[in-house]
Design a protein around this ligand. Structure first.
Ligand code: PLP
Length: 431
């Protein structure tokens, strides 16, 4: 194969001298696959190029935002225009309202939107608002769901925490952690038991409606409807963390796909079109509890900054077209069918889990329903598979506990190349 990653390795060695672990987010380290991370020089369409000049077909999409591919001309033009006017003013701009209006149009359960700078800020603020609004302290979260790195939510979290094998995190006090009750995904009796015992103390239940941060797992039939009805019964809020699924699974995210209206929704990734952004949103009576109208404080120097708003608006405008979702579905279907055929032909102990344009190849023969099942996957096989794919020019998330993303920039030929590489990798692992 003879691919060289020497410049990336040199850059990583240098970075480690000045940046903890050489990365500014642990998910970027290739710890679980036991190699140095690639340093990226540029991206175009569906492709990434590393410092060594290698080209990759990309399924990471900057962990979700780049649904249109890199350097989409409309996003680029919007950013250039805004840059010429100024990148941040710390004062209201009309583009913030325009983006909020488009989000409302896509998601009928939403009356008001507050912009922040990351998914972490979005979920942290949504939790504070839920506590302030209900006057209750406890929250229920689902094992293996990741909602960013705010203290209350860093309990049994997936993604980087799971990849590194960290259970909670030092620095999160036991007083904070004990207000977070954790239940397994897809387990109605566990939720029922928690609400029977603590219902009057629970401010909110938060989840990824389709999980991405323990790999892609679909909610079982009726699970989300059950969560909607039990939270209503106990007057707790239902928070859908759609940082990953928002504007990806459908124009209106998982709420449109499963026809459920959450009380609060958190966004990130796609609504920033590749710029740092997040948002929390919901019904008027709840959102009006936020300062300056309400007593729950939340703020941000760069919140709603015009560069991020323009990139997000340009991205959502592109997605305001059902044909785009049709195309995503066709691309996803083509890839899934090819990989499933390979698995069957090689009788390989793996299965593909897919919802919309998100998928994970689990190294487990049995269907994966929750975090426990993911932990029982063959992580060693995943690591070898990852390296074999990378050597063939396919860039995947470097962990079994992550989602792969399809972008609109992918061509059928890219998918065919990916399917062929998948066959070679699985065949090599089989022997
Ligand atoms: N919520 C979900 C579902 C996520 O996938 C992520 C990040 O991957 C977050 C929240 C945190 O977002 P950010 O990394 O922008 O803080």
């Amino acid at each position: 194969m003879g691919i060289s990653w020497s410049k990336s390795s040199q850059a990583f060695a240098r970075a480690k001298q000045s940046i903890p672990g050489g990365v500014n987010s642990p998910a970027r380290a290739f710890t679980a696959v036991e190699m140095d991370p690639l340093f990226i020089e540029r991206g175009t369409g569906a492709y990434l190029y590393d410092l060594d000049g290698n080209q990759y077909i990309d399924y990471v999409n900057s962990w979700g935002p780049m649904i249109l591919g890199y350097n989409h001309p409309h996003v680029l033009a919007a950013l250039k225009d805004q840059l010429a006017k100024g990148s941040s003013f710390g004062a209201p701009t009309e583009v913030e309202t325009e983006l909020a209006e488009l989000i409302k149009e896509f998601c009928p359960a939403i009356d008001k939107v507050r912009m922040v700078n990351s998914g972490t800020e979005a979920t942290m603020s949504a939790i504070r608002l839920a506590r302030g609004y209900t006057g209750r302290d406890k929250i229920v979260k689902i094992e293996g769901c990741y909602h960013g790195h705010a203290d209350s939510l860093l309990v049994e979290a997936g993604s980087g925490v799971a990849t590194l094998g960290i259970k909670g995190s030092p620095g999160v006090t036991s007083n904070t952690a004990c207000e977070t009750i954790v239940v397994p995904f897809n387990d109605q009796p566990a939720v029922e038991q928690v609400f029977t015992e603590y219902g009057s103390e629970i401010a909110a239940l938060i989840l990824e409606p389709v999980t991405g941060n323990m790999g892609v797992i679909a909610p079982q039939t009726a699970y989300l409807k059950f969560l909607r009805s039990i939270t209503k019964k106990y007057q707790s809020l239902l928070i859908f963390d759609e940082v990953m699924t928002g504007f990806r699974l459908a124009r209106g995210g998982a709420q449109e796909l499963y026809n459920i209206a959450a009380d609060l929704t958190t966004f990130g990734k796609i609504i920033g079109g590749g710029m740092p952004v997040g948002a929390f949103a919901g019904k008027k009576e709840i959102m009006d509890y936020i300062a300056p109208d309400g007593p729950v404080y939340q703020a941000g120097t760069l919140s709603g900054n015009p560069m991020a708003m323009q990139a997000g608006l340009a991205t959502l405008k592109e997605l305001n077209d059902s044909q785009k979702y049709q195309k995503l579905a066709e691309l996803s279907q083509q890839l899934a069918a090819g990989i499933e055929k390979n698995i069957a032909e090689l009788d390989f102990p793996a299965h593909l889990s897919k919802v919309g344009s998100m998928f994970t190849l689990f190294f487990s023969k049995e269907e994966v329903k929750n975090y426990h099942d993911v932990q029982n996957c063959r992580l060693d096989l995943f690591a070898s598979y990852f390296k074999l794919m990378l050597a063939q020019g396919i860039y995947l998330p470097p962990s079994q506990f992550e989602a792969n993303f399809i972008s609109l920039a992918l061509s059928k030929a890219d998918l065919e190349k990916t399917i062929a590489a998948n066959y070679q990798a699985l065949k090599q692992l089989r022997t």
